[in-house]
Design a protein around this ligand. Structure first.
Ligand SMILES: Cc1cc2nc3c(=O)[nH]c(=O)nc-3n(C[C@H](O)[C@H](O)[C@H](O)COP(=O)(O)OP(=O)(O)OC[C@H]3O[C@@H](n4cnc5c(N)ncnc54)[C@H](O)[C@@H]3O)c2cc1C
Length: 463
């Protein structure tokens, strides 16, 4: 029997691997990096738990937590300190709290918005009168910036939607499409006209009722999930540390060029970025490769700075701050790690995790990147002290961008892929960028392989 092959040992590929192992299917996992986990990487520095990639996952999406439970890590799960949750937004040089009760840019409580120092009187009036809004483009995909501006005005784009989306997607709301990025809001617009009215109506019906914290993670960091997954697949996995180069058709299946050799298989899962899948598939199907290339990616850099607390000025309480594009000189967001999660930072230390939009800075050396971040922390927080440590991590072309028309593009990719039985794609490029979506995407792809195996054996691809 020819083994299943997975390309990519990030959370997507490992989730698929876990599902195959559960079904007792042996497989080869091809990962070019010497470590597994992709952008998930946890380190201990000076007693601090440093996440150089994702630090948590959204609790309302169940797939990461389900996997964690199955792996026996339920007692490791911790939630964000939501009672401390204040996120600030930089406006004209000052940090101003995001008003309570906002869902993205949609207000669900009057008083916090009315008294907010972040928004002008004009925007507050606009937010109140949005209740009567009717859109001629209701339900139509369009740039998030246009969508938000139509409902709440330009300031809501610049000081709410843009910094929040730049923080999550590393993206630009004038390019991101509302249908893929904020599908729930598009549906509210279609049904109710007004987002505020729609959201409050749904809330009255019991939707959005959240009992636990907004974010969850593991006490020992996200890296623990990777280690445990790696252990769980051990019996069934052959792990090749090598770069996959190209895919070709052979007999009833595929062959993959790895390290100068060809590996043959009837089931090939590409759990790598779409641009990489495009490169691998160019010899097999130019049209599919071209479709995959149209999914853009941005890069990201995280810079973690650990300080002895006593050298810092008094820091505001909360989770951290966002820097809107209009006020940005490189820094996009900063998380105060000890505010957001327990068990991360010893009491005498303070850890900041800063995000930079990577595309213009990827080639800069660590000294330049650190200097830029420190200038920003001095400007915004008056922090001039020497950090005890700095850890810079670069994640080139790591964040898929769901631009206008994304869903149609993904549909076209899936339609084309249907011509190639046994060839599968999974990852953050398609139906969700966060860790839970990647877990779901990897597991679903593996289940398709298992189902094909159960019903047909390794059915050859037609000539
Ligand atoms: C800085 C940062 C912070 C984030 N924060 C959060 C967060 O807090 N919460 C959240 O839910 N999401 C977050 N995300 C998003 C989420 O982490 C990612 O979307 C997800 O982890 C991607 O997983 P993946 O396995 O699909 O891809 P990756 O992690 O990119 O893994 C792909 C793997 O494929 C390998 N590979 C690629 N090409 C080849 C090849 N040709 N041959 C062999 N191997 C190959 C790569 O080396 C890599 O290991 C963040 C992302 C970044 C970059």
């Amino acid at each position: 029997m020819r083994r299943v092959i997975i390309v990519g040992g990030g959370i997507t590929g490992l989730s698929a691997a876990y599902e195959l192992a559960r079904a007792g299917l042996p497989f080869t996992l091809v990962e070019r990096s010497p470590r597994l986990g992709g952008v998930i990487q946890t380190e201990r520095i000076h007693g601090c738990l440093v996440e150089t990639g994702p630090d948590s996952f959204l609790a309302e999406k169940p797939w990461a937590l389900e996997l964690i439970r199955e792996l026996g890590l339920a007692d490791q799960v911790i939630g964000s300190n939501d009672h401390e949750r204040v996120t600030y937004v930089l406006k004209r040089g000052r940090l101003r709290p995001l008003p309570d009760g906002l869902m993205m840019m949609v207000p669900t409580r009057l008083w916090p918005v009315a008294t907010s120092s972040l928004l002008s009187l004009r925007t507050k009036v606009r937010m109140a009168t949005e209740w009567f809004h009717r859109s001629r483009r209701a339900g139509q995909d369009r740039p998030v910036a246009d969508f938000v501006a139509e409902h709440y005005g330009r300031e809501a784009v610049d000081y709410l939607a843009e910094p929040l989306l730049a923080g999550v997607y590393g993206g630009d709301p004038s390019r991101l499409g509302v249908a893929a990025v904020l599908p729930r809001f598009l549906e509210l617009e279609r049904r109710y006209g007004s987002l505020t009215r729609g959201l409050l109506a749904l809330r009255r019906k019991g939707a959005f009722r959240r009992l636990g914290p907004l974010f969850q993670t593991l006490r020992d960091g996200m890296g623990r999930l990777i280690e445990t997954l790696a252990q769980s697949i051990d019996r069934w996995a052959e792990i090749l540390q090598a770069e996959a180069k190209t895919v070709e058709r052979i007999g009833g299946g595929y062959r993959l060029r790895v390290d100068g050799e060809w590996l043959e298989t009837a089931h090939l899962l590409l759990a790598c970025p779409a641009w990489e899948a495009a490169r691998l598939l160019r010899n097999l199907d130019v049209e599919l490769a071209t479709l995959l290339e149209t999914i853009p990616y941005t890069s990201s850099i995280t810079v973690s700075l650990g300080y002895v607390k006593s050298v810092l000025p008094r820091m505001p309480r909360g989770f951290g701050f966002l820097v809107p594009g209009r006020e940005r000189r490189g820094l996009v967001a900063c998380t105060w790690v000890s505010g957001k999660f327990a068990y991360r930072v010893p009491p005498e230390m303070f850890l900041m995790r800063c995000f930079l939009g990577g595309d213009g800075l990827l080639e800069s050396d660590e000294g330049e990147i650190t200097a830029l971040v420190r200038e920003e922390l001095a400007r915004i927080l008056n922090v001039n002290a020497e950090p005890s440590f700095v850890r810079v991590a670069r994640w080139p072309r790591s964040m898929a961008q769901y631009t206008v028309g994304h869903r149609d593009r993904v549909r076209a990719v899936r339609d084309r892929l249907a011509l190639w039985p046994g060839l599968l794609l999974a990852g953050n490029a398609y139906e969700g960028i966060g860790v839970p979506d990647c877990v779901r995407s990897g597991r679903e792809a593996a289940l398709q392989i298992v189902a094909r195996q159960d019903s047909h054996g390794f059915r050859p691809a037609p000539e």
